[in-house]
Ligand binder design. Structure first.
Ligand code: PMP
Length: 440
């Protein structure tokens, strides 16, 4: 009874006073996407910001989903195997086995994740300890940095350095290169892993065999792991070849290759991703996976498995989606390149991905710089552009660490995986803007 009265005397809404945030979250609270996705939703008429197609996935994929959802096999509505739905891991093992030129065991060399995002998270959690360093090549998909920090590691950044193109040509993403001496200097006893992202978001750079060999040799020399984010593996243009670093000498044993059905089949909302690698590494990813999300949606995995089955049968043929999609995207890329070039927002022509980075220097008079502001110029510019012109893009500085943001603050990133009408609407905005600038 005494206890009961004590309990009743407590205020109904007793506020907690102790600090609740775990230390590992310190410094990782802010996220560029939360801010820019909201801005785009509120102000944009044309959204070339966040990376997703505004066209539908291929019919064969959505039909496979519908079949899985409403077909006779009602067990597809239930849990499946935690480390990957058997039909999906089997076809992924077959497909990537073919690409990597080795026999893969579906049960131990492949693991399915909730998008490539969770695959990355599993890697950092599984491999990075307090005091470990992880090399990240800038510009980088922004989540690598907080994920390394949350695992207790220290990110070590090395930028791709732009070289001016010759003969007044447009710059290409290939003009952004690693300085070999600078990269070498970042490897130390503390280095546990390097993150590679080819084709690279945001630049669209497709690393050449020579560049990959440089990275591979350093990994082997210093006994370092490679986390290879290859979500844009099929989106390469102008006959370029996407080379998988796991296929280079000495690399299979130390590489986890990450892929995404979201990018591969234009279905980013399905959140099906995967990791491929040696069991020696994947066994630790499985430990993280089984203690966090445990398994991914069965129906989506079944549909992706059927998508890969079709692609395996059509491999290298013109009807293959992996051939058709880049062909269509290359046209969209060329279209956006032309339209940006025409208004003086100099594009860096991407060799891959569905992103394009453009130089906004010539537009500085419209959005004057604020000296000593903490916010990088391109971020203020992108916010101004969406609010005043209705066109959403992402500042390039978001893809750099705090110390380097100011060195790369006059570029913005556009996504061109968009319907022709969307790209045309973007062009109309840019043309009108240019006219306003030139008319007295
Ligand atoms: N890696 C890179 C380089 C990306 O650009 C993205 C998505 N923007 C991801 C990983 C995450 O992919 P998913 O949607 O499959 O989680």
């Amino acid at each position: 009874l005494k206890l009961q009265t004590q309990f009743l005397s407590l205020p109904l809404q007793a506020k907690m006073s102790r600090p609740v945030q775990a230390r590992r979250l310190e410094g990782t609270e802010k996220n560029i996407w939360v801010e820019f996705v909201k801005l785009a939703a509120t102000h944009s008429t044309v959204n070339l910001g966040q990376g997703f197609p505004d066209f539908p996935p291929p019919d064969f994929l959505t039909e496979a989903f519908v079949r899985a959802l409403s077909g006779e096999n009602h067990m597809l509505h239930q849990y499946t195997r935690g480390f990957g739905h058997p039909p999906l891991v089997k076809i992924l093992a077959q497909f990537f086995g073919k690409l990597l030129g080795r026999d893969l065991d579906p049960m131990t060399n492949v693991m399915v994740t909730v998008g490539a995002y969770q695959a990355l998270f599993c890697c950092f959690q599984a491999f990075v300890d307090e005091g470990d360093e992880v090399i990240i090549i800038e510009p980088f998909f922004d989540c690598y940095e907080p994920m390394v920090k949350m695992a207790g590691g220290t990110p070590v950044f090395v930028p791709l350095r732009p070289k001016a193109p010759k003969d007044g040509k447009l710059m290409s993403s290939a003009d952004w290169q690693l300085d070999p001496a600078e990269l070498t200097s970042k490897f130390s006893k503390q280095t546990k892993a390097i993150v590679l992202n080819s084709p690279n978001n945001p630049l669209g750079k497709v690393f050449s065999r020579g560049e990959l060999k440089l990275i591979a040799d350093l990994c082997v020399k210093h006994d370092v792991l490679c986390i290879s984010d290859e979500v844009y593996e099929w989106l390469v243009y102008d006959g370029k070849e996407h080379i998988r670093i796991a296929s280079l000498q000495g690399m299979w044993d130390r590489t986890v290759t990450i892929g995404s059905a979201g990018k591969t089949f234009s279905a980013t909302g399905w959140k099906v991703g995967w990791t491929v690698g040696p069991n020696r590494l994947l066994q630790h990813l499985r430990t993280i996976h089984q203690n966090s999300v445990y398994l991914c949606a069965t129906v989506a995995q079944e549909a992706v498995a059927q998508g890969f089955q079709r692609e395996l049968e059509l491999y290298g043929k013109p009807e293959s989606y992996f051939i058709q999609l880049p062909k269509e995207l290359q046209q969209k890329r060329d279209w956006l390149v032309q339209s940006l070039d025409a208004v003086g927002m100099k594009p860096i022509v991407p060799e891959g991905t569905y992103f394009l980075v453009a130089d906004i220097s010539k537009f500085k008079s419209d959005v004057p710089d604020v000296p000593d502001s903490d916010e990088p110029y391109d971020s203020r510019f992108a916010k101004w552009m969406v609010k005043n012109k209705g066109l959403a893009a992402i500042p390039l500085s978001a893809f750099y660490c705090g110390a380097h943001k100011k060195n790369y603050n006059h570029f913005i990133r556009f996504c061109f995986a968009k319907e022709e009408a969307t790209l045309k609407a973007a062009n109309d905005i840019l043309q009108k803007w240019k006219q306003e600038k030139t008319s007295p």
